[in-house]
Write a protein that binds this ligand. Structure first.
Ligand SMILES: [Zn+2]
Length: 286
């Protein structure tokens, strides 16, 4: 089983937990760390011969085109992680369309790839912002990976289908790739897929979750993390205990964890993993 690996390429000052995350006005004055952080991830993946999908923030693509070119030239899939990293459910439809198209252009200008796979900042396609999928189809996207089928204070759709699935919108179909979850019982779904959980939980918990999805459900697991999560030297901008924990706990062990994950499991980019899945499902259905 090949699992799906993704990296959300944003600066350490972009996570929506942070007070400075609400728009690009302040970002120019903060020291950038994303190119060096992403470079370390590219080296790590190259050592293991592993490919991933890199979802890139459009603002980052404008500021670091050489880094985006390096990602594409290394053979990784290029995805879109919005332009200004704002929560989708806080935007109007028109503002979302504008932000998305601006990101697509910035990414294409940087590396020549017209991206067709989207990931919303902080998994902010929720029940109240499902309209975003229709706009993504209109903007040329064929795939989305923005739905976390868990109950969380600011993201997630509890009860949503936990595996890759075709969704119909008024503008046409889009293939949704939710983040990996494990079922503890019929009603309890727990996150496995990455970011804070990968950092905060012991490695064996995440590994057991992936094995369970692969072996018991015969499905790939979709995992994600951020470049800043592997950087113990980053400036600490989060305020308040919960926010600091969510943002920084476990950063000094994260690179070793990702290294072990990539050694012990097979991974590739989302488009290639789910193209195989969809072909297998179509074959089984005939
Ligand atoms: Zn993000």
């Amino acid at each position: 089983m090949i699992n799906a690996l993704s990296v959300d390429v944003e600066e350490y000052f972009h996570p929506s937990e942070l007070p400075c995350s609400r728009g690009p006005e302040k970002w120019e004055s903060l020291p950038s760390r994303v190119a060096a952080q992403t470079g370390r991830i590219l080296d790590l993946l190259a050592r293991h011969g592993t490919k991933a999908t890199f979802f890139i923030v459009g603002w980052v693509a404008e500021h670091h085109p050489a880094m985006v070119r390096r990602i594409a030239e290394a053979g990784h899939e290029i995805g879109c992680h919005s332009y200004a990293h704002q929560l989708v459910f806080n935007l109007s439809r028109e503002a979302f369309r504008e932000d998305t198209l601006r990101a697509v252009r910035a990414i294409e200008d940087a590396c020549g790839v017209r991206t067709a796979i989207y990931r919303a900042p902080n998994y902010s396609i929720t029940r109240q912002s499902l309209w975003a999928l229709e706009i993504l189809v209109e903007c040329g996207f064929t795939h989305d990976s923005s739905i976390y089928p868990i109950s969380h204070d600011r993201s997630g759709i509890p009860g949503f289908g936990r595996h890759g699935q075709m969704l119909e919108t008024a503008a046409g179909p889009i293939y949704e790739i939710p983040i990996a979850t494990a079922t503890l019982s019929r009603k309890r779904v727990t996150p496995v897929g990455g970011g804070g959980y990968l950092r905060l939980l012991p490695y064996r918990y995440v590994a057991a979750g992936i094995r369970r999805i692969n072996d018991k459900e015969s499905q790939p697991a979709c995992i994600y993390f951020h470049p800043w999560e592997l950087d113990p030297e980053q400036p600490r901008l989060a305020e308040g205990l919960v926010s600091r924990l969510r943002t920084y706990a476990g950063v000094s062990h994260m690179e070793a964890k990702v290294d072990r994950l990539v050694r012990e499991f097979r991974f590739s980019g989302l488009l290639s993993v789910y193209a195989v899945e969809r072909a297998a499902a179509a074959g089984a259905g005939q």
